[in-house]
Design a binder for this molecule. Structure first.
Ligand SMILES: [Fe+2]
Length: 415
């Protein structure tokens, strides 16, 4: 079996130049913005635009002499037309800085708006990896959910209705300049969204930590955003997994527990830091066509798949899963490496169950007859499947999907 260990010791991170984390730290945003420019576009959605937090932000910016324009119609899943709407509305205005305030779609809207307002054209011109010609306008992100990692990622996900699928714009040129991560902003996040985003964050941490270490050549580093598991992303994964094990259940049962909210938001940030260079893998590749068919939340899709993808991947990366058991606090020195690896996987199962993430694909409404088509579409996402520690093919992808559909956690392919 191909080695998946990182023998080169490669480490790679891409990150904002400033990350400010902590309760109440959003009050620093006007000062941080005034260091970047004197006119700002705030990209948010209708719900956030009506909150006192948004009004306070706008008032604080104006008090610093910053001119403020607001786009409050960001739609879930960020349709391409929505981005073109921003370009039409604001291209003739002087905008120097773009703020994203909200969940992943609002943050990704800020990235694409900062790109489009600088370079124009159609967002389709920039689909794929490294298609952005140069730096976008400076971007400041303020997440209000704990999960996507979009606040620090160099990737924006766009729904292209004509193509009937989600596509991505990935480039270091749309990496946010500043991220302000304030856990208080997640206190009002509704239970379903809290559960889905926490499941997403946990999936980012597990996938990045158990990815294949690709040890890329210089040429691959130049052309690809994702380099697989590496020594720097591992640092973030270990801390994120530790915090998730500590507090993921509590955000579901005690939504006003600020310490738990803070832990999960920090863990989600760690997941974003990891996936930004390590990249996600089979879970994310398989979820995309399932999301298109069932219109279910991304986080619930990857969470429902994670149990079965971990089991499929275990034989290829026992060492990483055994180390994961340490991070989630269940390592037992009296057990074998394999048994520790399984214990780590079972602990991840429990965390997903604790927030009420759907346990199988039938619960998401996927039909068994959709499995071959989902498998073949997932295999097209080579950007993600190339990170998976165990090679995927049609037969293996269908097997994972069948086990995931029936919720068969007794499946240990190597046992
Ligand atoms: Fe995700």
């Amino acid at each position: 079996m191909e080695t998946v260990n990182n023998i080169s010791g490669l480490g790679l991170l891409r990150q904002p130049s400033t990350v400010l984390f902590g309760t109440g730290r959003r009050h620093q945003i006007p000062q941080l913005v005034s260091d970047l420019g004197s006119s700002v576009l705030v990209c948010t959605d209708e719900r956030m635009a009506g909150t006192p937090e948004c009004s306070q932000l706008v008032a604080g910016l104006k008090a610093r002499g910053v001119e403020v324009a607001i786009f409050s119609e960001t739609q879930p899943d960020l349709p391409r037309e929505n981005i073109m709407q921003v370009l039409a509305a604001f291209s003739s205005e002087e905008i120097e800085v773009v703020i994203g305030l909200g969940g992943g779609s609002c943050l990704d809207m800020a990235k694409t708006a900062a790109l489009m307002l600088r370079y124009g054209g159609d967002v389709r011109d920039y689909y794929g990896e490294n298609q952005v010609p140069g730096p976008a306008l400076p971007i400041l992100t303020v997440p209000t959910t704990a999960g996507t990692g979009a606040e620090i990622s160099n990737f924006a996900v766009v729904f292209d209705a004509e193509r009937g699928m989600k596509v991505g714009v990935g480039s270091a040129h749309i990496l946010p300049r500043v991220a302000v991560i304030d856990p208080e902003l997640t206190l009002s996040c509704p239970p379903g969204l809290t559960a889905a985003t926490a499941s997403d964050a946990l999936s980012h941490l597990v996938e990045s930590f158990t990815d294949r270490a690709k040890n890329p050549s210089s040429e691959e580093l130049e052309h690809h955003l994702y380099v697989g598991k590496n020594v720097l992303t591992d640092v973030y994964c270990r801390e994120g997994l530790r915090l998730m094990a500590q507090s993921m259940g509590a955000v579901a049962t005690e939504p006003s527990n600020l310490q738990a909210r803070s832990d999960v938001m920090f863990a989600a940030y760690c997941g974003g830091m990891a996936l930004n260079t390590a990249g996600t893998a089979a879970c994310h590749a398989l979820q995309a066509p399932i999301g298109n068919l069932t219109h279910t939340a991304h986080g619930f899709g990857v969470g429902a798949l994670l149990h079965y993808v971990m089991r499929f991947n275990l034989p290829a990366h026992i060492e990483a899963f055994a180390e994961l058991s340490r991070a989630v606090g269940v390592f037992n020195p009296d057990l074998s490496e394999l048994d520790n690896a399984k214990a780590g996987i079972i602990r991840v199962d429990e965390l997903l169950d604790a927030v009420g993430c759907p346990a199988d694909l039938a619960a998401l409404g996927l039909e068994q007859s959709d499995i071959p088509q989902v498998a073949s579409q997932a295999l097209l996402a080579t950007r993600l499947t190339a990170n998976n520690p165990r090679a995927l093919n049609q037969e293996f992808a269908e097997e994972i999907l069948r086990r995931a559909h029936s919720g068969d956690r007794s499946w240990w392919p190597m046992a």
